[in-house]
Design a protein around this ligand. Structure first.
Ligand code: NAI
Length: 359
């Protein structure tokens, strides 16, 4: 293996590296935004980035978002991310996955990788063959697929949203529109169905969406129609950047809470939602169930699904606290979440305390 590693100095980031294995056609970046609360945790994303610059930019943005996500989830980790230029659907050889693991090892435990788009739990298992700094392992070894835990966390965030809006968190009869019924959105549809919610769903994979629609009595609409659907709550569970100013103008709901990462192109769109009296549950709080679940793999006592489930359940209280702070300070929930995240950092007196909570 001819793995080439170059270190890149980036202001505001602890470590950034570019790795390349020319023979395997592998080029990627690892960014560590912060290890103040513990080793940086973050997924490996494989994406057909148009340039190295875009891949690096994504690693930087996503690792900074992971710092905030981990702080608000109260898990003893910082923010990191790996981005790799390539097709997420491409068959990955064991050698290719091992090369990624060796790049992770270059950070000597400061970064712990997990799955993200284009990487599945089996890929993580192969990466784990060469590095112990990987979580989200399948089977008895680890916590497995995080999607059901992420969906459960989104459900809890949705319930907190209605508790704040209506004084009751019952979902019976509430109309919820889900964009994307993949791993997370599919589980969310199931959970919401059992809570008595009325569903409208979409997906670019209409064949798959039709199955979910049949299973949970959901109305199926085209991907173009979902934004305009009159409903109580819109749940983006597909793409990032979906809440652009144009889309916000089209929304006909009282609240937006979903799993998709980076739903707002910038924090300013959060203010726009506020001006339209649409309550927005910040994505990095709503979707932190997956991070909570993989973080339990590094728990000294070993992975415990029940403890993880209980921790994910507390997303309800976190979201409610954010809404209340936003209301008190007349700011958007996104800005309130950042205020709370900063407070979390002030609570870290000695980062080595956080590290001792993980093995
Ligand atoms: P997935 O790939 O299993 O599901 C996404 C679904 O969205 C797919 O079925 C896809 O066909 C559909 N889709 C893509 N573009 C669409 C469009 N324009 N309109 C409608 N549907 C569209 O991914 P997964 O794991 O369910 O993740 C969903 C989102 O949640 C992503 O943004 C991901 O980053 C985020 N997330 C996922 C976590 C997890 O545990 N899987 C954890 C935290 C965040």
């Amino acid at each position: 293996m001819q793995l080439k590693i170059d270190w890149i100095a980036v202001n505001g980031y602890e470590r950034v590296l570019r790795f390349e294995e020319p023979r395997l056609g592998l080029i990627g970046f690892i960014a560590i935004h912060s290890t103040q609360k513990g080793p940086a945790l973050g997924g490996i994303r494989i994406c057909p980035y148009a340039s190295e610059e875009l891949a690096l930019k994504d690693a930087l943005n996503l690792s900074a978002a992971m710092t905030i996500k981990c702080a608000l989830a109260s898990v003893p980790f910082g923010g990191g991310k790996t981005t790799i230029i390539g097709s997420p659907k491409k068959e990955k050889s064991r050698e290719y996955l091992h090369a990624i693991g060796h790049a992770v090892n270059a950070l000597k435990g400061l970064y712990i990788c997990a799955e993200d788009s284009g990487i599945c739990t089996e890929d993580i298992a192969a990466i784990h063959e060469v590095t112990c700094h990987a979580v989200g392992l399948p089977g008895e070894k680890g916590s497995g697929n995080p999607a059901p835990f992420t969906a459960f966390g989104v459900l809890r965030a949705i319930k907190a949203t209605f508790a704040f809006l209506d004084g009751s968190d019952t979902l019976t009869g509430k109309h919820i529109a889900i964009q994307g019924v993949g791993a997370v959105g599919g589980h969310l549809a199931q959970f919401l169905f059992w809570e008595g919610a009325r569903l409208t769903i979409t997906d670019i994979d209409m064949e798959h969406a039709a199955k979910i629609s049949h299973q949970y009595g959901a109305l199926l609409v085209s991907p173009e129609q979902i934004i305009d659907t009159p409903c109580d709550l819109f749940a983006p569970c597909a793409l990032g950047g979906v809440l652009s100013a144009t889309h916000i103008e089209r929304l006909r709901c009282r609240a937006v809470v979903g799993a998709a990462n980076n739903q707002l192109p910038s924090i300013a769109e959060g203010d726009l939602l506020m001006r339209r009296s649409i309550l927005y549950g910040p994505d990095f709080v709503a979707n932190c169930g997956g991070v909570i679940n993989v973080s339990f793999e590094k728990n000294k006592k070993g992975y415990n699904a029940s403890a993880s489930w209980e921790f994910c359940s507390s997303i309800y209280d976190r979201m409610l606290a954010i809404y209340k702070l936003a209301q008190k300070e007349h700011i958007s929930p996104g800005r309130a979440a950042h205020v709370l995240a900063e407070k979390e950092f002030l609570n870290v007196e000695d980062p080595s305390n956080a590290l001792t909570q993980t093995s």
